[in-house]
Design a protein around this ligand. Structure first.
Ligand code: 13P
Length: 251
């Protein structure tokens, strides 16, 4: 199973800035990328075609959409579909990011519909889950992760190809705060996620990648990626520059 090193550029970068960063990333990382690593970039929608044109021809590099709606087309102002993402070169889609949940108000049912729909349309989907600090302090981490997985994956068929799905554990309190989760917290949460995935999909769930996200930086990535059940990382702030993200990719 290749480690998936993913960049979430969120609502950053104009088209030109995104192109420049994608080129930097290829210049700095492409020739040194180990066989067992895959690089994925989620640019803003407006730069997806430009970044796909640069990354898709490079071995081991691909792009994805940060969000999408659960229809192919229709009167859904402001939304875009998995078909449209694929049309501009995206292989992946992200669902349930904490900013979609907690800033834009998406609930578990909405995230679940998006996850199942994207998979049914051939996108590889990364479902993001993670607890708030209040939930961790109240001892509710397992309850929250179990619910987000059960509802978030509720519509996914049992005959799922495990390579099509990844889960990203992103504790909300570690996102953009500089406060990375400790190794014990990461290993414990990822083991719990693996156990739940196995109960949903059986033994093949060992091939579903589980990524960690939340204040991943060039100097902590090597330690994080070596932990049990950590099959990749999902990086925000430190992915915005080719120089720092290439160090993460090669860590
Ligand atoms: P940071 O790496 O900036 O903490 O963001 C993590 C994240 O939200 C990735 O999706």
């Amino acid at each position: 199973m290749k480690k998936l090193m993913a960049a979430n550029w969120k609502m950053y970068k104009t088209w030109g800035e995104a192109e420049a960063t994608a080129r930097d990333l290829v210049d700095l990382a492409a020739s040194k990328l180990p066989e067992d690593r895959e690089v994925l970039v989620f640019p803003p929608f407006t730069a997806l075609k430009a970044v796909s044109d640069i990354l898709n021809p490079v071995d081991g590099f691909s792009t994805g959409g940060q969000d999408y709606y659960y229809e192919d087309e229709g009167a859904f102002t402001g939304e875009i579909s998995p078909v449209m993402l694929a049309d501009v070169g995206a292989a992946y889609g992200l669902t349930g990011h904490s900013e979609r949940r907690h800033v834009l108000g998406e609930d578990d049912e909405c995230v679940g519909r998006k996850t199942a729909y994207g998979l049914s349309r051939g996108l590889k989907v990364i479902l993001c889950i993670g607890e708030l600090i209040e939930e961790r302090r109240a001892g509710r981490v397992h309850e929250v992760l179990e619910r987000q997985l059960r509802i978030g994956l509720g519509g996914v068929p049992g005959d799922l190809d495990p390579e099509q799905l990844s889960v990203a554990y992103e504790p909300v309190w570690a996102i953009g705060t500089g406060e990375v989760a400790g190794p014990t917290e990461i290993v414990e949460a990822h083991a719990f996620i693996r156990k739940n995935l196995i109960s949903l999909f059986g033994k093949k769930a060992n091939e579903i990648r589980i990524l960690y996200g939340g204040s991943v930086k060039p100097d902590n990535c090597g330690d994080i990626i070596a932990l049990d059940n950590v099959d990749g990382v999902l990086v925000g702030g430190a992915s915005l520059h080719g120089e720092s993200f290439s160090r993460i990719v090669l860590a």
